[in-house]
Design a protein around this ligand. Structure first.
Ligand SMILES: Nc1ncnc2c1ncn2[C@@H]1O[C@H](COP(=O)(O)OP(=O)(O)OP(=O)(O)O)[C@@H](O)[C@H]1O
Ligand SMILES: [Mg+2]
Length: 400
């Protein structure tokens, strides 16, 4: 049963607004929240579908439905209230999305696109077929297959869940044959989770790009950025990436062709490895706004979120130009379980030029994304100094 929160609560009646369009977002985390804020700026309403009433996006949306975004019932209720449905994550059963499309609802990205992206092995095969470089990989059905892949590709190897991985949770590094059993167990291989292996890429840098593609399939590209992960989680983003013009152009071209290969509509993130020999391979594609593009809110003329809204509504796309020579984004991650209240905000806000974003999560946890900070500067060093100093002031949880 899907409960319409605002319809049930006497203090939160469904507001009447003059919005010309309504966007439904399946998923209510920080990405949905930042999409909803961008939509509101243009005078559009958003309705969120999330499993819990308390979620980051609900606080800034017109209305929230409490229900499962991975159920046909929940998605149908959402679709009936809006002009277009979009997604905050790629973990939705594509049959539900296809059912909405069959009923004439607009869904962007489409069921077909999500189907090509949500299984990382299928995604990489799709990219390979489109002539794009990806790490060497193999599907595996059991531990013997992993051992055989180790023989063929060499150790270390990455064992990865084909679906539902995020923030590195679906990844395990296999350094030798002895690691295979534990890695297989940890990723749920015995429980029937589909896994695959991929060569370990000794990269010199991780690059990423956001591309927004409109309903007319015309696209705009943001600058190529460098991302730095800690424990497989994005920690910092430097825009633009400090790479030569030829590398930047190659990365941008790979990003553009990758989103074309899956017939993207909306803002997509493309993660890449820059290898020691200069080769660029695609790590993965995210069919949604992406952490590597949060800096665009302050640093670009039109953010990845606003362009996503424009794209799914069929509106002209905005300029992706940087408004400063450099920008750095630092994620604010939780360190341990506890209440989600931010501490140290006053000191953080005293750092000139740094922009603080808090997602309003009621609970924090180890590695949980609680907010981010972006700083602009005349150089990457200057921006990184301000962003890091500001982010260093903020903690989450109890005072004790
Ligand atoms: N084949 C590989 N070789 C070397 N490092 C890798 C490889 N695959 C992943 N990594 C490292 O682990 C990080 C997370 O991997 P990946 O992007 O596959 O996971 P994810 O769970 O989808 O992450 P997220 O959702 O945070 O993007 C990468 O950014 C990279 O630092
Ligand atoms: Mg990733």
């Amino acid at each position: 049963m899907v409960a319409a929160l605002n319809a049930e609560s006497p203090d939160l009646p469904t507001r009447r607004t003059a919005a010309s369009s309504r966007i439904g977002i399946a998923g209510g985390g920080q990405l949905g929240r930042m999409n909803a804020i961008a939509a509101a700026q243009l005078g559009f309403d958003t309705i969120i579908l999330e499993r819990k009433a308390e979620c980051p996006a609900a606080a800034v949306a017109l209305r929230s439905l409490v229900g499962d975004w991975d159920s046909e019932e929940g998605l149908r209720e959402l679709a009936a209230l809006v002009d277009v449905v979009t997604l905050e994550n790629e973990f939705v059963d594509t049959r539900h999305l296809a059912a909405l499309e069959a009923d004439g609802h607009l869904v962007f990205p489409s069921a077909r696109t999500i189907g090509l992206v949500q299984d990382k092995f299928i995604q990489k095969q799709t990219l390979l077929e489109a002539g794009l470089p990806v790490p060497a990989m193999r599907a595996v059905e059991n531990v013997n297959d992993v051992a055989a892949a180790g023989e063929a590709l060499g150790f270390p190897l990455l064992l990865k869940a084909r679906r539902n991985g995020y923030d590195g949770k679906g990844n395990a590094t296999v350094r030798s044959v002895e690691d295979i059993g534990a890695a297989w167990e940890r990723l749920g291989g015995n429980a029937g989770n589909a896994l695959y292996v991929e060569e370990f890429c000794a990269f010199t840098a991780e690059l990423a790009i956001i591309i927004t593609r409109g309903r007319d399939r015309e696209s705009v590209a943001y600058p190529v950025v460098e991302t730095v992960q800690r424990n497989h989680v994005c920690h910092l983003v430097r825009a633009p990436a400090a790479v030569d013009a030829e590398t930047e152009a190659r990365a941008a071209e790979i990003g553009r062709r990758a989103v074309e290969a899956v017939d993207a509509v909306g803002s997509f993130g493309v993660e890449m490895f820059l290898k020691q020999d200069g080769e660029i391979v695609v790590n993965e594609l995210a069919p949604r706004v992406h952490n590597s593009g949060h800096y665009t809110i302050e640093a670009c003329e039109c953010s990845q979120f606003e362009n996503h809204v424009r794209a799914v509504l069929g509106l002209p796309l905005g300029s992706t130009r940087l408004v400063a020579p450099a920008a750095v984004m630092v994620n604010l991650l939780g360190t341990a379980e506890g209440p989600g209240r931010a501490l140290g905000l006053e000191r953080a806000l005293a750092v000139s030029g740094a922009h603080v974003h808090l997602y309003g999560k009621t609970q924090t946890g180890e590695g949980r994304k609680m907010g981010h900070v972006t700083a602009l500067g005349d150089s990457l060093e200057e921006a990184e100094h301000a962003a890091t100093r500001c982010a260093g002031e903020i903690r989450f949880g109890d005072l004790s």
